[in-house]
Design a protein. Sequence first.
Lengths: 322, 372
Amino acid sequence: MNGRYLLRKVTQAIVTIVAIVLLMFLLFRIMPGSPDRAVKRPNITIEQVQALKAQLGLDKPLVPDQLVTYVRSTLSGDLGYSFKFRGQPVTEVVADAIGPTVLLIGLGELIAIVVGLALGSLSGWRRGGLVDRVGNGVSLILYSMPYFVIGMPMIIIFAAGLHWFPTSGMTTSGGSSDAVSQLVDLGSHLVLPLVAVSLGLIGGYSILMRSSILETRAEDYITTARAKGLPDRRVLWTHAFPNALLPMVTWIAISLGYVIAGAITLEVVFNWPGIGTLTVEALDSRDYPLLQGIFLLIAVSVVVANLIADLVYGLLDPRVHA
Amino acid sequence: MTEQPIPAMLPLSPADIRGRRQWPLPKLADPNAPLLEVRDLKTHFRLGRAWVRAVDGVSFGLADGEALGIAGESACGKTTTALSMVQLLPGNGKIRGGSVELFGIDLVQKSERAMQRYRWREISMVFQGAMNALNPVIRVRDQIAEPIQYRLDQPEGAARQRAIDLLDMVGIPRKRADAYPHELSGGMRQRAMIAMALACDPAIVIGDEPTTALDVMVQAQILDLLERLRRDLGLSLILITHDLSVLAETCDRVLVMYAGRVAEEGPVRRIFTAPRHPYTRKLVGSFPNLHTDRRSLAVIQGQPPDLLTPPPGCRFAPRCDFAMPVCTEVVPPEVRFSDGVRVACHLFPTSDIATVGGSTLEGSTLGDMTQR
């Protein structure tokens, strides 16, 4: 990988983000409703509405005035104020939800990538073997199940039935204040949703990795590696795995982009205070500024994840050049 | 086959060659046994409930320092024969009979785990089209060092150094050693592949169409390199190709295969100047020769037989100009001649061996050829 490749990919990412920002402006102007109507009360006067419009800058033309204001404040990190959260800045509301989502989905992705890729590799390498027959079957079932289908039976059995774990939320309100017991509390809340998100993701990774390994296994250089008399494990992990991983990088990147977006159904089922739950709340209360902030965050994180994928790809595959 | 003379051009005697081994013979080896004896090898591929008889009773030997060429058209079992020797057959392939004896040890009986000890250390391979045969994401030097490190238990540094030395020996500059396969030209990749085949100082190197994907100039360079290495290192070589001109330049003996069986085998000059088997004659006749009319190239009519249900007698009979009633019923026995050639063809009845003098037969076959 060289500097020119890096520069080109970073430029591409920046151009994409600018395009997203502009699209977002357009999208939210097309959507029905407006801030002045949101605050409308039966006894409000036309003059008061006009005053509000002037205060919010909505009396000015869309282009260039509103657009310039929008771009300028977006770039300076001002995403406006949430309706639902009593005028709290959108950036603050969103920032509070990022942590829980990254913790849950990020950790889930990590587990799923390690387990899924390993399972898929072993399945594909010994096609028709025990690991393949069991693993591939389980993977297909998991892959076809939405998060809430995995999550709800878990809540019923392990939380409501056996009382091993709390049913929902991230912390117990009014709990102890010392760090250790807070961590234990967080951990026990984390277990069920984490297992659910990991299981949900493992299936997809495993199935894709299996087919990638199957393809790689037929390559001539695998015959070469076997002809060298290397043990089977070494042929798999040193020769087949790195090559089979290449097509996976893109898939992993797309998936990682949604770490920020969160798994909406999963977060709602477990009442996890992350971006997914926040999105549903914002939609429920037509909190456009908040929604706009969330969309921007998701879009940017997908772009950044793809940028990282391109760079990782450049590191993994020496053939990727300028 | 043991009476095959070692050509005079080789400065190393068989004893010299074994004496130069850097690594001890395999534990069970008989030091006086021939290098390689393949006997009645049968490798079939499962297709549904039937078997495709890709290699069906092939026998040949290889002496120390010798170069044996295996020739024949596509899908005649050349590569399957080679892969059978090191048991690298695809999943549906199975050795269903015969033996492959290396230093008197039968490799066919070995388990996968035991077989790994013989691969590359005793028998290494140069594959066709090194672009695909080299791992695209590993540096060439590291791919060569890998067997040295893992098969010969050398430390990483020493293995790398030997890898760089080997690359130097095949004509790849030391500073190019850390290149990736895609950064090398086709000829360079094939040189790297040859360097890799030499990594563990193997007893036998099998070249499976090693020059097929290369242009003629590079092809000549690679053949020169193999020839030089053979002389200098006393390599024992099996060269698989459909290109007879490659064999003529490089090999001591040629084995002609047809539809999974040996048609004819013998010293390279005898095969080219006095081919006996009708198939060999056609094969030799179908290659352009500088000294004859270039419009008179022979064409072999028809297709090779379906190996799922091969013809009961001689497999070449349906395409043979000399086919007799017996050819379609009885598998032709192998007949050995005093000039070191063996032929499996009913044209040469076993009882005639004594009376066959090289010259009379030679005359007639050459006459046949030129008429065509």
